[in-house]
Design a protein around this ligand. Sequence first.
Ligand code: F6P
Length: 427
Amino acid sequence: MPNTLPFTIDFAGCPADPSSDRSALLDQTRQALDRLHGWQADGTLPLLNLPAARDDLAALAPVVARWRQEAGDVLVLGIGGSSLGAQALLELRDPADQGPRIHTPDNVDPVSFRRLIDGLDWTGTRLLAVSKSGGTVETVAQLLLILDRMEAAIGRDQTAARLVVIAEPGNSPLRQIANDYGVETFDHDPDVGGRFSVLSLVGLMPAMLGGVDAVAVREGAAAVLEQAFAGGDPTGIPAAMGAVVAAGLMRHHGVSQAVQFGYVDRLARFGEWWRQLVGESLGKQGIGLAPVFARGATDQHSQLQLYLDGPRDKLVTVIEPPAEQNPAWRIRPEAAARYGVDYLSGRSLGDLIAAEARATASSLIAEGRPTICMRLDAVDARTIGALMMNAMLETILLADLLAVDPFDQPAVEKGKILTREYLAALG
Ligand SMILES: O=P(O)(O)OC[C@H]1O[C@](O)(CO)[C@@H](O)[C@@H]1O
């Protein structure tokens, strides 16, 4: 089976489990993969059909083209799964892209929100409000505040012409706002959970507004599913092996934290998206794998001491950078010799960060710390699509091994109810 994935993963730095258990985990994962393949075929889990979809992107094309031409700024209002995926994809924006500035103010810190809003020219601003439920308090509050400002500046009709909503069908505050203003609305598939929605309009409309190739993102995701569902040995399927290795480490080696140690700045937001995926999907019924994001090389000077010498409760995945695209900027040999840093002679920053990633992985493995090495062919739309689908598939498979439901998040509801109660109590 040809490996068309834009990354490779090496699990050799992880300790073996008792072999009978490893083979039982692999068997269970093989069955889970077959089940998921069936769900893709009959549409039971629509997330798995998104990579091949194109009509939904075509439906977005007119508004995307219009906004890319007219807008100076776009505010994407949403939080959690309604923002993090878009943020991750927008990191791949070409710095030379001529489209609008895109802001993703997911948090409701009043100071940072106001700083952003105060600087906007309303005529040139477009609003994309995204919420699966249509009732998330942060998103609704931001939208109501902005609508007030915008209407005061340019009037109701002009405001309505600048707003697009993505929400699941049904009665919700966001849908009601959309109806009141008569704005263009796209459906969020009720059967695609927020943290699994990056490959839908939720992640891809903002990406397209930023000129990121949405089809390439989906193609990367499709390659992962194709390889996973081709019927091969699960040991050759990265998401399957990732799930089996993590389950074995949790069961036999006291691992309770997963660290993603990424050496590519453009993938730092991908790390934040992955934290929600792992945290909300697996953390339930007293079970869970606490996701931690660390940034290389920065966190070599901050967290690495802990990972190498602290509690043996972590599985570290080192994401190594691809070969540098433009290695022309190098340290002059004369300068290196003069200042006693000969090892930097003729080296680029790409050489340095790649050496640091390798050194981190090697030193963790030498200390017997469970370590996975991930190598990327490139940092582009196809690669991030593949990384995202690999992470979603691995999470679903690991949930199966841990016997938890990856698609719900019952515990967060309590906090939402209390927030509303505290607000109501303000009188
Ligand atoms: O898309 P919505 O419904 O606004 O939800 C936002 C986020 O809130 C959560 O429900 C958690 O509070 C996430 O699962 C979700 O991604």
